[in-house]
Design a protein around this ligand. Structure first.
Ligand SMILES: Cc1cc2nc3c(=O)[nH]c(=O)nc-3n(C[C@H](O)[C@H](O)[C@H](O)COP(=O)(O)OP(=O)(O)OC[C@H]3O[C@@H](n4cnc5c(N)ncnc54)[C@H](O)[C@@H]3O)c2cc1C
Length: 420
């Protein structure tokens, strides 16, 4: 392909982008480095390796040999799934031709176009994908810090935190109190905290039926509220109390040392406290100066290309994703778009119109799930919603059972698509 043609294809790929991305010439195989092997990063790495048919070298930097999914981790807390069923290795990516580097990216030198690794090496790139998920806003909940997560776990990054929370729930004294400090928006998986409460209530109903659950929530309302509240009344009547801003949740602090929470100046002793703090883009995105004052990374909605650096793409929870909720389905869908654009950038191949989708599942009880999701496309300078669906309050048992089954099928399919 001649240079002129190649330049033309690149400008098509960048349509709508805030920054034109320079082309890569004079080298047989361009290099893509992906930071983070979760729903966004593993998806994009595998998709590029498969679709570019050997024309691009793809390297994935991820410190964990096994990725533990946050999605469905609540079902583990409810006793409906094993921990092992949440874990996925990277052999499928290796088979697809991705080079896995088991390391942690400590900085990104955008000027020299290289990723610096904790192990001391560095990886040069022509295009970089940053998909590190979330980190927590410092001091979001007074009294709590990441150092306190061993006592008051967040379990909002799955792995040892998930096991710790499960052990604490199991050890709750009979009639004890489990408290959750819910996060403000925007955060990963909007129904996640409320699905978690449903699943913990399911577990406690069997093992500890006089236990209490309180949710202290900075939000005046939460997603799928009617569906959750109906389910809590139906399955876990009298067990769950939700405390919103009208009842003091704006003024909350915790004392991990004494296992106390204070609501509107009133201290309360609890037996287990799950603190899910306010969230921001993964730290490496911040260190690379890819984020703005919102704490998230602005991206071009046509491509997921960073608005700050045209050679860099930000996917998944770290990105400002417009109307899309922060979910694994969203991250995977963004990865499909970004992979095509990156291949277009580097090989001149035509890039299809971007289209995005999302699906979130919430288990209320065994065999009873609800869902919400939709489709999205670039419009008005952001990723905009074009169609939505959500489970209804008056659905019959057969519909809910079908949704539960659909969620199991979704998990099987999406993890196969992400990890191969
Ligand atoms: C309780 C709960 C339930 C959920 N349920 C659903 C659901 O039903 N449906 C749904 O679609 N989504 C669900 N989600 C949301 C989903 O888990 C996230 O939105 C999704 O994982 C985001 O993908 P990501 O690639 O942005 O981040 P992650 O999947 O978190 O991946 C980030 C990866 O980056 C790695 N990393 C971070 N920093 C570095 C670095 N510096 N160097 C190298 N690697 C690094 C991490 O080790 C990690 O593997 C749920 C989340 C929670 C918490």
């Amino acid at each position: 392909m001649g240079l002129a043609r190649r330049h033309f294809m690149i400008s098509v790929a960048c349509a709508g982008a805030a920054l034109a991305a320079p082309a890569v010439h004079g080298r047989a195989r361009a290099k893509v480095v992906v930071v983070g092997g979760g729903a966004g990063g593993a998806s994009v790495a595998r998709k590029i390796a498969v679709d570019a048919t050997g024309q691009i070298d793809v390297t994935l930097v991820e410190p964990n040999a096994l990725h533990t999914t946050c999605y469905f981790s609540n079902l583990y807390l409810g006793g409906l799934r094993s921990f092992e069923s949440l874990q996925h290795g990277y052999d499928g990516l290796t088979r697809a031709g991705v080079d896995i580097v088991p390391d942690f990216a400590v900085t990104i030198d955008r000027e020299k176009r290289r990723v610096v690794l904790a192990g001391g090496g560095h990886l040069p790139y022509d295009r970089l994908v940053v998909a590190p998920g979330i980190d927590f806003v410092e001091d979001a909940v007074p009294g709590w810090s990441p150092a306190a997560a061993d006592v008051m776990p967040h379990a909002y990054k799955a792995g040892p935190q998930t096991i710790l929370l499960q052990k604490m729930i199991e050890a709750l004294p009979q009639g004890g109190t489990f408290a959750m400090i819910a996060p403000p928006e925007p955060y990963r998986c909007p129904p996640g905290p409320y699905e978690r409460v449903s699943m913990i209530a399911h577990y406690l109903k069997g093992a500890n039926p006089t236990a209490k659950i309180i949710i202290v929530d900075p939000k005046a309302a939460f997603t799928l509220q009617k569906l959750f509240e109906d389910a809590w009344l139906k399955y876990y009547d009298g067990m769950i109390e939700w405390i919103g801003p009208d009842f003091g949740s704006r003024d909350v602090s915790v004392s991990p040392g004494t296992m106390e929470i204070s609501i509107d100046g009133e201290a309360m002793k609890v037996d287990c406290c799950n603190v899910i703090p306010a969230q921001r883009a993964g730290t490496i995105a911040q260190l690379a100066e890819l984020t703005d004052q919102s704490g998230w990374a602005p991206v071009d909605p046509f491509s997921m290309r960073s608005r700050i650096d045209g050679r860099v793409f930000v996917l998944g929870d770290s990105a400002q994703q417009g109307d899309m909720p922060k979910s694994a389905t969203s991250a995977h869908s963004q990865a499909q778009v970004a992979a095509s654009v990156i291949i277009g950038d580097l090989t001149g191949r035509a890039v299809p119109e971007p289209m995005y989708s999302n699906a979130c599942w919430s288990a209320l009880a065994p065999g009873d799930s609800v869902k919400d999701g939709g489709t999205y496309k670039p419009a008005g300078g952001k990723i905009s919603s074009i169609e939505k669906y959500v489970s209804q309050a008056d659905e019959d048992t057969a519909t809910r059972t079908a949704t539960y089954q659909e969620s199991l099928d979704w998990y099987h399919t999406i993890t196969a698509q992400i990890f191969g």
